[in-house]
Ligand binder design. Structure first.
Ligand code: DQA
Length: 149
């Protein structure tokens, strides 16, 4: 069982070809592979899940509670700005989470500057591209190491 779940929301399956000027050229599969390697180096493993459907993400969060997930790293994509359901799901399971965005949402359209998740996240990393996921994972790996002491 993986202690860490990495969730990605809608349209992130298109990373690599989707608006590369904003989101870069790295594919989601490559981001996930890097994270797997990074976790393995710390003797941890990750589960990954991407969906374009809000309900599937909500259900994946629900399932995490039965799978021993200790931390969630989530890029909710557009659901960041719309989804009370995803917020409620994360609060319902009570699993601590880090929110990640590839782009700097605060330098973009006004509607991207509100997140339904940020006030409940441990922290938010926005604008650092794929490195944001790595930094979030580094934080989680350190926390797990500290928790297990
Ligand atoms: C995003 C930012 C969101 O505003 C947008 O809807 C996305 C991706 C990011 O990673 O920069 O799909 O979460």
């Amino acid at each position: 069982m993986a202690a860490i779940l990495v969730l990605n929301g809608p349209n992130l399956n298109l990373l690599g070809s989707r608006e590369p000027g904003i989101y870069g050229n790295t594919r989601l599969a490559d981001i996930e592979l890097n994270l797997r390697t990074q976790a393995a180096m710390a003797s941890q493993s990750i589960d990954t899940f991407q969906s374009n459907h809000e309900g599937e993400l909500v259900e994946r969060v629900h399932n995490a509670i039965n799978e021993g997930t200790r931390y969630i790293i989530i890029n909710p994509a557009a659901f960041t700005h719309t989804s009370v359901a995803l917020r409620d799901a994360l609060l319902a399971v009570g699993i601590p989470f880090v929110e990640v965005h590839l782009s700097n949402v605060h330098s973009r359209e006004a509607f991207r500057q509100h997140s339904y998740l940020s006030d409940k996240a441990i922290g938010v990393i926005t604008g650092l591209g794929p490195l944001g996921y790595e930094l979030a994972l580094e934080y989680v790996l350190r926390q797990l190491a500290a928790d297990n002491k």
